[in-house]
Write a protein that binds this ligand. Structure first.
Ligand SMILES: Cc1ncc(COP(=O)(O)O)c(C=O)c1O
Length: 464
């Protein structure tokens, strides 16, 4: 459509303020107005003298700007006729609008495993810790960071792990990393560099660990889990020389590796000249007695210990640790030449949070909260779903809910999702299907008062 009027409020339309040369700013303002359609194709721009008067600049400024835009094809000048806009934004396909960050589906109740109580994140104390380290960090703390982690956090964590997890941990063999997954990738790279080609993981298990190990080029073998944890006899039949094990609380079955199996696993590692990689992801939470000490203390030369704050504080922090056998420390450094520890100020904040006793206090409060919530979940399930059976040690943040063999768990998960309840099928953690129909119910990230309504929705989803 040809538009011939030039009665725009030019001074408003082309805002020419800001830094830079005036004719460049005018050209930029006109170009922008043309690109976004405020100056439509065919519109005549004012004669250079008129626009110069309106903008209070010299005529030269306007002719320079027009000349530039003619050269770029935004304007067309014809002798004896007005200079007109020669370009239309519709002439090029519009760039698809950048989508906003993926919105999560509306979840009213969250019974998926994996999260601690995000509402109970100790915001005030964490903010205090961050504020205090920003104030107290020395100049050298802001230097290029040590890829193994800041010395202060390494020493705090080593002490914490000795005191609360019975680990044989020393700052010199402790690496700060972004969590268990990151720690596993680093460990696998080091093992691969040392000639290990095959690694075993538990089945069922968290696929991310499997994928993390496979991403480093190792061949991954699946080893079944029974009521005593990982089956060491089956492990011994694989070519693996390393194994990832959730000794304190296997995910997702919730079993604890029995004392005989623990000893058997360490013997296996010695026999094959291999390593155990202990995933201590949620071991701080045990409700029937004290948490079982880590296996790593049994043979620190054969066991790597991986830990995280993902289950105790929040996975958003991306902070964890890796305690390596002393002999493996050079290989870990060499095999991960560009792996960096998490941001130094976050590391120092965690050190301060632990040193001030706030981590222990948070763990104590969390244990109390989760113990009560687990009890409430179990009694509600027993009333609402009397045919279902719950399994899993009184630990961690999830239980298994075993359902009658004819249950379509996949359909139940979908029905629940459409009603705003998040559930996870045990099959999601299996590579091979099994006849055992079960859901993995997490109780970390749901309020106590929401449990009755969530379980009622769960029952409805199962009967739909
Ligand atoms: C079995 C298992 N290990 C470890 C983790 C924690 O991993 P990260 O520290 O990488 O968040 C999880 C989290 O869901 C898990 O399920």
């Amino acid at each position: 459509m040809a538009v011939s009027q030039t009665n725009f409020a030019w001074a408003t339309l082309v805002e020419v303020g800001g830094p830079g040369r005036l004719h460049d700013r005018l050209a930029h303002a006109l170009r922008t107005a043309i690109r976004d359609g405020r100056l439509p194709e065919g519109a005549a721009v004012p004669p250079s003298r008129a626009l110069a008067e309106e903008l209070g600049c010299s005529r030269w400024v306007v002719t320079e700007a027009y000349g530039q835009l003619v050269a770029e094809g935004y304007l067309a000048a014809r002798v004896g006729s007005a200079t007109r806009v020669a370009w239309s934004p519709e002439a090029v396909p519009r760039r698809p609008r950048a989508r906003r960050a993926e919105a999560r589906p509306a979840i009213r109740y969250d019974l998926a495993p994996g999260l601690p109580d995000l509402r109970a994140f100790p915001r005030r104390r964490w903010a205090d810790a961050v504020r205090s380290v920003i104030g107290s960090a020395g100049h050298y703390d802001l230097d290029l960071p040590d890829p193994a982690g800041h010395a202060v956090l390494r020493s705090t964590l080593a002490q914490y792990l000795r005191r609360s997890r019975g680990a044989d941990a020393d700052p010199s063999s402790l690496f700060v990393c972004a969590g268990v997954t990151d720690g596993l990738v680093r460990t696998c790279r080091a093992l691969a560099a040392e000639g290990i080609t095959d690694l075993a993981v538990e089945h069922p298990g968290w696929a991310r660990l499997r994928d993390a190990a496979a991403s480093t080029g190792l061949r991954v073998h699946l080893v079944p889990v029974d009521d005593d944890g990982l089956r060491v006899d089956d492990l011994a039949r694989t070519p693996a020389r390393a194994v990832v094990v959730g000794a304190a609380h296997q995910f997702p079955t919730g079993t604890v590796l029995s004392p005989t199996r623990r000893a058997g696993l360490v013997r296996w590692a010695r026999d094959v000249g291999g390593y155990v990689i202990e995933d201590d992801y949620d071991a701080e939470f045990r409700y029937d007695h004290h948490p079982v000490a880590v296996m790593q203390g049994m043979d620190p030369g054969r066991v790597f210990l991986l830990g995280t704050v993902s289950k105790t504080l929040s996975p958003a922090l991306g902070l964890g640790w890796l305690v390596a056998p002393t002999i493996a420390v050079p290989a870990l450094r060499a095999a991960n030449p560009v792996a960096a520890a998490p941001p130094v100020l976050d590391q120092l904040a965690l050190a301060s949070f632990i040193d001030r006793g706030w981590y222990d206090a948070h763990l104590r409060a969390s244990r109390r909260r989760f113990r009560t919530r687990r009890d409430l979940l179990l009694t509600t399930l027993a009333t609402e779903l009397p045919r279902a059976r719950v399994s899993g040690t009184a630990a961690g943040l999830h239980v298994l809910l075993h359902l009658p063999d004819d249950t379509d768990t996949g359909a139940a998960v979908r029905a629940a999702a459409s009603a705003g309840l998040r559930l996870v099928d045990l099959d999601d953690y299996r590579v091979r299907r099994s006849s055992d129909r079960a859901l993995v119910l997490g109780y970390g990230n749901i309020g106590d008062t929401e449990i009755p309504a969530a379980v009622a929705l769960l029952r409805e989803s199962l009967t739909r």
